[in-house]
Write a protein that binds this ligand. Structure first.
Ligand SMILES: NC(=O)c1ccc[n+]([C@@H]2O[C@H](COP(=O)([O-])OP(=O)(O)OC[C@H]3O[C@@H](n4cnc5c(N)ncnc54)[C@H](O)[C@@H]3O)[C@@H](O)[C@H]2O)c1
Length: 274
């Protein structure tokens, strides 16, 4: 169901890799709601992924940019405004990567050069993106900037590894930079804390399937899917949420407010009867 909520709005969507990506689902929904955008991803991801398919489907140009490179980000923000014909109304940062996770380095044995690279990609890139947008005065008043995060920023999920620290840093950047963006340009900055979702980044975490099933049983509404997340992002890009800023918004079916659910208790009680 489309409501034309983003008619006339322009933006940048980072991080669509394949049709499972949260950014991919978001781009499809933004297109349905009348928004126009450019798609971007790291050059290496463009070679591996299928982004041109999404570009064709949504009429979006693709601009390669490594989100850790200020030079790439500057060129991206300039080109996006040229292509779309003016300042931007929305930006989605949907980027995450941990080399410690990829290489199965447990948290207690992290390799710090991997840690630094993962932090740069997953957290600092959000500061860099906003700094470029801020300096270039590239956002329209009442625009909306969003990044995606996970509840391991507040709670312990052992196999989420150093991504937990990266997400805590990312959420702090949203608050800190969000203050300056909201005050000077009336642009809101928020993070959405999403349920476990079966994407390339998600399934890379050890024990993902078991954990996703557990989260689904804990959450009274069940896990939020990538499509659900795209819908929430549309709401946050629309004019209906103009005074929401500096927030970390949980989008997890209620998971983070739970202690235990009847469904999880039933499974444990069954196990004890054996
Ligand atoms: N999947 C989950 O369970 C889950 C849960 C909560 C939050 N998130 C967050 O959602 C966001 C999107 O991830 P996803 O689950 O859609 O997975 P995904 O693997 O589809 O997307 C991650 C993207 O980051 C991009 N990326 C990596 N390095 C980059 C760089 N240097 N420059 C630019 N882009 C780069 C990748 O190419 C990829 O497109 C991430 O921030 C992730 O941490 C995911």
């Amino acid at each position: 169901m489309a409501y034309n909520l983003l008619k006339g709005k322009r933006g940048i969507i980072f991080g669509a890799l394949d049709n499972k990506s949260i950014a991919w689902k978001t781009a499809e929904r933004v297109h349905e709601e009348g928004g126009r955008f450019v798609l971007t991803n790291a050059p290496v991801a463009l070679r591996m992924g299928t982004l041109s398919e999404l570009g064709d489907k949504t009429g979006a140009e693709i601009i390669p940019a490594d989100a850790t490179s200020l030079e790439d980000l500057e060129s991206l923000v300039e080109k996006a405004q040229e292509i779309l014909g003016g300042k931007l109304d929305f930006v989605l940062h949907s980027i995450g990567m941990s080399i410690n996770v990829r290489k199965n380095k447990p948290y207690t044995e992290n390799n710090y050069s991997f840690t630094e690279k993962g932090w740069d990609v997953s957290a600092l890139s959000f500061h860099k993106t906003m700094q470029v947008l801020y300096k270039k005065e590239a956002m329209n008043e009442w625009g909306s900037i969003l990044a995606l995060t996970y509840a391991a920023a507040q709670r312990v999920f052992p196999d989420y590894n150093d991504m937990a620290d990266n997400k805590a840093y990312l959420e702090s950047i949203a608050r800190s930079f969000g203050y300056f963006f909201s005050e000077k340009f009336k642009v809101r900055v928020n993070t959405i804390s999403q349920s476990p979702t079966p994407t390339t980044a998600g399934t890379g975490v050890k024990g993902f399937d078991g954990f996703m099933a557990f989260a689904d049983k804990m959450a009274p509404l069940g896990n939020a899917s990538a499509e659900d997340c795209a819908d929430y992002i549309i709401a946050m890009f629309s004019d209906l949420t103009r005074k929401v800023t500096l927030q970390n918004l949980y989008h997890d079916g209620g998971f983070t407010k739970m202690g235990v659910s009847n469904d999880v208790m039933t499974i444990f009680e069954r196990g004890m009867e054996k």
